[in-house]
Design a protein. Structure first.
Length: 382
C-alpha cells in the first residue's frame, strides 16, 4: 500500500478573518465537542490508508484544548500510522492566549514536530487590515515558546498584496521573519474570495487593492530576499532551508495520494478526487451515524489526470521529469503537449530540455496561466 498524506480539518477559530474562505466557524465548546466526536467516528470508519505525514489545518487548530489535539493525534496515529508519522504539522494562530507554553509541550508529547504559524504580516497596520489580533512581538514570543518546548521545525506564513502594503513594509515583514530563523517560509498573494468581507470591499473600492503589477513586484521581492538568505524556492509559494521542505505538501505536488478527514476536507485516491461537504451540521450528522459523508467526487482520467499532474509538477522547482511522467501517465510529454510547450516557450515562461520542463523566473510570475494551459489541453487535434 503506497504511503500518502493525512489531512485533518479542525474548523474552529477565535475570530473570523475578513479575507478567509475556508470552512470555519467561531469556537463554541459544545459544537466543537460534537464535531470531535463525529471526527472520531469518521476516523474509525475511514478506508484503509497508510499515512506518512499528518497535517492539522483549519480553522485555527490551536483554538482547541491541547488534550483534544493529543486525543485526535493518538487516534489517527493508531489508525493510519502505527509506526509514527515522518512529519506531523499543525497550523497555529500566534495570538499569545492561544500559545501558552503548556500547549507546545502537549503537542510535542503527541508527536507533532512541525509548527506552521499564520503570521501574515509583521506590520501592525497591515495586521489590522487583515483582521488579525496578534502583534509582531507576540509572534516572536510564540516562536520562542515553541522552540523552548523542543520544536525546531518552524514555518511562517506571510501574505502580500494587503491593502496599504508597500514594497518597504513587505521587506520589513520578510526581514522580521528571517530574524526568527524559520526553517520554512510561505508567501501567498492576497486572494479575493467570493462571499467574504474583502470581496464586498473590493467591489466597492477596487483601487484600494494591489494591481497585478504591484503584486508581481512584491512577489519578486520575496524571491530575492528569501533566496538571498539561503532559502530554496522549491515551490511557487514556498521557501525552505535545505532539507526542510514540507514533506506533506510535497506529496500533493507529486500528485501523491492523500486522505482528508473532517468537514470540507479533500482526498485523492486511485485517481479519484473527492471533497466533503462544507456544511457543519450535515457533516456531523453523517459521521455520527456512519453514513457516507456528502460531497463531490470526480475521477481524473486520460488528459485530465495528466494535465493535473503537469500543473502540480510545474509548481515545483524541479518541474516535470519527462521520463518519470511517461512511465506513470503513459504520455510523451514533449509530443503530447507540443502546442502548449511551443506557445509558452515563445512567451519565455518555460525552460524545456529533453529530460525536464520547468518554469522560468518569468513563468513563476504567471504560473496560474501557464499551469492552466496544461490542465485545459485535451490533446493534439482535440
Amino acid at each position: 500500500m503506497p504511503h500518502g498524506g493525512l489531512y485533518v480539518h479542525l474548523p474552529f477559530c477565535p475570530y473570523i478573518c475578513p479575507y478567509c474562505d475556508f470552512a470555519k466557524w467561531p469556537l463554541r465548546r459544545t459544537q466543537a465537542a460534537r464535531y470531535l466526536a463525529a471526527l472520531e467516528r469518521e476516523i474509525a470508519d475511514a478506508p484503509e490508508f497508510a499515512a506518512r505525514t499528518l497535517f492539522f489545518g483549519g480553522g485555527t487548530p490551536n483554538t482547541l484544548e491541547p488534550a483534544q489535539i493529543e486525543r485526535v493525534t493518538g487516534q489517527v496515529r493508531a489508525r493510519f500510522a502505527p509506526g509514527g508519522f515522518a512529519e506531523a504539522t499543525i497550523e497555529l494562530n500566534p495570538d499569545l492566549e492561544l500559545c501558552a507554553p503548556a500547549i507546545f509541550d502537549a503537542y510535542r508529547r503527541a508527536g507533532i514536530d512541525r509548527f506552521s504559524f499564520g503570521v501574515q504580516s509583521f506590520v501592525e497596520p497591515e495586521l489590522s487590515v487583515l483582521g488579525r489580533r496578534h502583534s509582531p512581538a507576540g509572534v516572536v514570543t510564540a516562536v520562542a515558546r515553541a522552540r523552548a518546548a523542543g520544536i525546531e521545525n518552524v514555518s511562517l506564513d506571510l501574505i502580500f498584496g494587503t491593502p496599504g502594503q508597500t514594497a518597504a513594509t513587505w521587506r520589513r515583514s520578510l526581514e522580521a521573519a528571517l530574524g526568527l530563523e524559520p526553517d520554512h517560509v510561505s508567501t501567498y498573494g492576497l486572494t479575493i474570495e467570493e462571499g467574504t468581507p474583502f470581496a464586498e470591499w473590493f467591489a466597492r473600492r477596487p483601487d484600494d487593492f494591489a494591481t497585478n503589477d504591484g503584486e508581481a513586484e512584491l512577489y519578486g521581492i520575496a524571491i530575492d530576499v528569501l533566496t538571498g538568505a539561503g532559502y530554496e524556492h522549491y515551490e511557487i509559494s514556498n521557501f525552505a532551508r535545505p532539507g526542510k521542505r514540507s514533506a506533506h505538501n510535497a506529496n500533493y505536488w507529486a500528485n501523491g495520494e492523500y486522505l482528508g478527514l473532517g468537514v470540507g476536507a479533500a482526498s485523492y485516491r486511485a485517481g479519484v478526487r473527492s471533497v466533503h461537504t462544507r456544511d457543519l451540521e450535515t457533516y456531523c450528522a453523517a459521521a455520527e451515524t456512519g453514513t457516507p459523508i456528502p460531497g463531490d467526487t470526480e475521477r481524473l482520467e486520460g488528459p485530465a489526470r495528466a494535465g493535473e499532474a503537469a500543473m502540480l509538477a510545474l509548481r515545483t522547482s524541479e518541474g516535470v521529469d519527462v521520463a518519470a511522467f511517461a512511465e506513470r501517465y503513459r504520455v510523451d510529454f514533449h509530443e503530447f503537449y507540443r502546442p502548449v510547450l511551443e506557445e509558452q516557450q515563445a512567451l519565455g515562461t518555460l525552460d524545456v530540455s529533453p529530460v525536464r520542463v520547468r518554469l522560468t523566473r518569468r513563468g513563476r510570475f504567471v504560473a496560474n496561466d501557464v499551469c492552466g494551459a496544461f490542465v485545459t489541453f485535451a490533446g493534439p487535434g482535440a
